[in-house]
Design a protein around this ligand. Structure first.
Ligand SMILES: [Ca+2]
Ligand SMILES: [Ca+2]
Length: 123
């Protein structure tokens, strides 16, 4: 399991301008996709699949320490048992300055507790 190649792929749709706007996110694959993330369910139960959500953090001015720091920006809805792994964000007004970095993480929701499904360094 530890030697397994971890595939983290996603496509992000943006419209260009002075700012980048994220309009949708589609996760193509992740480690152990289509397999068990919720081991309390049997191998034939759809509920064993990951309940996927993602989190975006972006750099914002830090009022306490000065400079910029990464702060939570947007947490997606949970796609239960993988769903379609596609989030339409066109109504969310997610505008980003392209000069600043963006951090992406995704996880399996276990009822308020989240399990990292990127299996590696975060973001
Ligand atoms: Ca599940
Ligand atoms: Ca789960």
């Amino acid at each position: 399991m530890e030697d397994e190649e971890v595939i983290k792929t996603m496509t992000v749709s943006i419209t260009r301008g002075n700012t980048i706007r994220i309009t949708s996110v589609k996760i193509i694959s992740f480690s152990n996709i289509n397999n068990t993330w919720d081991s309390e369910f049997s191998d034939s139960d759809t509920n064993r699949l990951a309940d996927v959500f993602f989190n975006l953090r972006k750099q914002k001015p830090d009022s306490k320490q000065g400079g910029l720091s990464f702060q939570n920006w947007f947490k997606s809805e949970v796609k239960e048992n993988q769903g379609d792994l596609t989030w339409d964000l066109s109504s969310k007004n997610l505008y980003l300055n392209p000069e600043f970095a963006l951090q992406f993480s995704m996880a399996d929701d276990d009822g308020g507790v989240a399990q990292d499904i990127m299996l590696g360094p975060l973001f």
